[in-house]
Design a protein around this ligand. Sequence first.
Ligand code: IMP
Ligand code: MG
Length: 180
Amino acid sequence: MQADIDRILIPSGQIAARVKQLAHDITQTYADSEQGLMIVCVLSGSIVFVADLIRHLPIKTKIGSIAVSSYKGKTTRSLGPALIGRLEADVAGRNVLLVDDIIDTGQTLRLAQNELAAQGPASLRTCVLLRKPHRAPRDVRVDFVGFDVEDVFVVGYGLDYDGDYRNLPDVAVLKPHVYD
Ligand code: IMP
Ligand code: MG
């Protein structure tokens, strides 16, 4: 796996520090909420991020999931997102925090936000680890952002290429030969 890595964009230590800060901001935001929080993670890219984030949240938190696919196989271009299966969370009347790994074109989050909003949550906010800022559209609101990154395809810390590299602890860029 290491042989496929061209460069590390965000080392694991920097991610860990930022995740702690994000958890602090999230905790402040929901400090007055008595019913606690419902986190809905977008599968599968957000699993590593969510696993780390929730362990820094000292508030009552339930976890649900929504599965959205945009890439099929060996591609780095989104084919347009589609919901897979149903929303695995009862979000009506809850304070919902939607969590994904990255916002690129925003299509995935727009779809997930619309799906959740239709279920009548008490509140709906969104958190992403990474944002490609010049691509993310203004109409898709994101409340918590870990890092803004340049417009390159990244892997690691949950993000994959063709299903691989999710277990890499850093966020990294692959060598060009991997895409051949
Ligand atoms: P969007 O719909 O274009 O915003 O893309 C969001 C989804 O595409 C994310 O949930 C990721 O799963 C995936 N994605 C976007 N950019 C990257 C990347 O650079 N590396 C890996 N996955 C990505
Ligand atoms: Mg994803």
